[in-house]
Design a protein around this ligand. Sequence first.
Ligand code: F0G
Length: 482
Amino acid sequence: MTTVAFYSGEQLPLEMHKVRIVQKITLQPIERRLEAITDAGNNTFLLKNADIFLDMLTDSGVNAMSDRQQAAMLVADDSYAGSATFTRLENTLQSIFGMPYFLPAHQGRACENLLAQVLVTPGSTVPMNYHFTTTKAHIVMNGGVVEELLTPSGLEVTSTDPFKGNMDVAALRKLATDLGAEKIPFVRMEAGTNLIGGQPFSLANLREVRQACDEFGLLLVLDASLLADNLWFIRTREAGCTQRSIADLTREIADLCDVVYFSARKLGCARGGGLCVRSQELYARLRPLVPLYEGFLTYGGMSIREMEALAVGLEETLDEDMISQGPQFIAYMVDELDRRGIPVITPAGGLGCHLDAKRFLDHIPQELYPAGALASATYLVSGVRGMERGTLSEQREPDGSERLAEMELLRLALPRRVFTLSQIRYAIDRIDWLYQNRRLVGGLRFVEEPEVLRFFYGRLEPVSDWQQELVTAFRRDLGDSL
Ligand code: F0G
């Protein structure tokens, strides 16, 4: 592992790449930002890029590509069937994960659709460390339910547990005993557990999960969308793993699983997805659905150019200098905010920095969407766009009452190799200012509330003129600064 010490003693993440293509971004004045967030119904999904300075909505499909990825796109072998590009991608996946079969799909949720259609039936229960929105939706649509068996520390916002994404294996054994293996079509482990702050599982935990699956004859499926971050944490935090290569760790992880699927919008810094399958029998059941829902078996809905970029991106994921960048920048942001007393999920995970809106805005009741209000306020004071991950992202109960989320988070994703350290420091500075002025922030209420996936399209308004007050305070403290 490369260590670069600074003579000053400062601990800074250092970019192990140089920037050769840039995109201009604009920081609008706060008055324009107020108009923009008002027009967007206080929903950051509805903002336009022209009004956004640092887009931290997601890392999905917006990670920086390498020069080698871009170059590979120029030599793509475009054809509907049998392209050399597919063979290259298939070979790369086989050599990294060691599984004989690969099925391409247009993105991660498409893999989830195929798996759920083939494996989940009414009455099924799918145990997992924690759900992801699209995963759960596909399981539920096919008549199944999700059982979350996250280790208890996983939901503690502040913790020192390095592996908060671990599964409680005793709980898995109990569930399998109570339900019977025939009710459990597969066990799902999610790498870099998204909704609890990009938190990893340990290799030791995965080995134990495998052991329990073997005892009950259960299939083990890995969602590897955020595997790169998880690998980095295993490599740097887990006893017995710090001397091992990323390739070697990846292979052991895959060897413990029966299916590995991924969103290539995250893993491999491209756009697409796919499933790697060990069993010929399962492959044969999944295969007919690919041409039906995705595209022919040698592209699965992906652009051939993206497939070339993906093959190279996956190889680059085995490079420590590459996969360390995200986690190191996130750790810098998390630690700096934490040092200033600003509530964040600790320890730092992958994917992004997660502000704890429950504590940041502890005067706002969950019914008035503190995480949504924090997303709106953060954009207003900084032009930084984050994603609400709290009660707004939940669906109401059938009786119309709110289902209050376990965590109220504002996720500030750091797409890999996209932002510079000064941009991160700018974001920290503005969040710090907001924290000092947090009492000015008020709640939000719906003016338009879609029934399904309301967080994507819903429109909200502030419950008072708190946003105007924030603008006034900003001008008082920061003068005519953007
Ligand atoms: N699994 C995980 C763990 C994910 O984080 C995502 C997407 C998916 C599956 C679905 O993949 O988007 O390619 O269909 N996460 C994105 C995000 C949307 O913003 O966190 P997809």
